[in-house]
Structure formats: C-alpha cells, structure tokens
Design a binder for this molecule. Structure first.
Ligand SMILES: [Zn+2]
Length: 110
C-alpha cells in the first residue's frame, strides 16, 4: 500500500472503525482528535521520526473519522476549497499580504 489517495484512506478508516465511530458520535470523536493533536505536538517537539509519523497518521485517521460521521468526503472538500490555489487570493503559491494568515481564513473586512 505504497500509494493511497485521501478518498481511499477515508474509506479504509470507515471499513476498520466505521461502526464504533458512529456509535461514539461527534463529541467523543472530536475529543480523540484533539488528544491526538496534542500527541502530535509532543512528537514535533521531541523530533523522533517514527513517533512523528505515527502521530501524523493518528491525527489524519481521526480527522477522516470525524468527516465520515458528518458525511463529508475529505478529498472532495479539500479539492473544492484548495484545488484552485489559495482560497483568498487564488494564488499557487499564495500571494496574500499577511504571511501569518491561516489557511482558508476569510479575507479581513476593511
Ligand atoms: Zn493567498
């Protein structure tokens, strides 16, 4: 399984955990996602490669699960939002003036 699309990954996680995930619901699943984000933060600070890869995989899996619970196709959603470049300036790479603006944040109001 060297190559895996985002769509295939989401389907794989659904096959592995779908039943348990639907029973757990949004709140419990969101807590797992945030817990894994915390573990990713620790792995980033410690810099151990294997642990880092494992935590990225966990965060991605929990994000996919949360999307599945809500009937969101992660690949479609990501492509719809970022397929045309930066959602604010349409640039690839982004040409927005504020280098600290978050991905996909709405343009500031004048
Ligand atoms: Zn931009």
């Amino acid at each position: 399984m060297a190559k895996l699309t985002v769509h295939e990954f989401q389907a794989l996680i659904e096959r592995i955990y779908g039943e348990k995930d639907s029973a757990r619901g949004t709140s419990g699943t969101f807590m797992w996602l945030t817990e894994e984000v915390g573990e990713l933060s620790r792995a980033l600070r410690r810099g151990q490669r294997k642990q880092l890869e494992s935590e990225f995989a966990d965060v991605f899996a929990w994000l996919a699960t949360l999307a599945s619970i809500h009937g969101v196709d992660l690949a479609e959603a990501a492509l719809a939002k970022y397929g045309g470049g930066c959602p604010r300036c349409s640039g690839t790479p982004c040409r927005c003036d504020d280098p600290h603006a978050g991905h996909g944040e709405p343009a500031p109001q004048p």
